[in-house]
Ligand binder design. Sequence first.
Ligand code: CO
Length: 139
Amino acid sequence: MTATDAGLFTEIDHVAIAVRDLDAAIAWYREAFGATVDHREVVEHDGVEEALLKVADSYVQLLTPTRDDSPVAKYLAAKGEGLHHVGYRVADCAAALDAAKATGVKAIDAAPRPGSRGTTVAFLHPKTAFGTLIELVQE
Ligand code: CO
C-alpha cells in the first residue's frame, strides 16, 4: 500500500455528474470550457452511458441512464441533475475496500468489480460517508 498524505487515495479519479442528455452535456462542456471527450462507454451492469472529459490526470464523468431501472435513473428522478459521486483512485481496490469496511464504512459492493475503462471499482454508501457516494477506482 502506498502511503501518502491522502492515505489510501492516490488521485481523484473522477467527479461524476448525472445528466439527462449526454450529448447536450458534452456539447455544453465543449462550448463553455473547450473540454473534449477522452473516452465514452456504455456500462451495461450499471445501466449507464458515460463520457469522460480529461482534466489533468483526472476526469469529469458525465453519466446518463440507459434504462429506467438503473440507479442513475432513480437518482435523476429523485434529485435531478447534478453531482452524483466522487471516484477516488487507489492502488489496490480490495485492500482499500477492506480497510474502509474495517472502520465501519458501509459498502454497496461486497467485493471489487469491473468498472469502465478496464478499471476495478467498489462503491461506498453515502449514509456512512457524510452524504457522498464514493467510488474506489483501481486502474
Ligand atoms: Co464513477
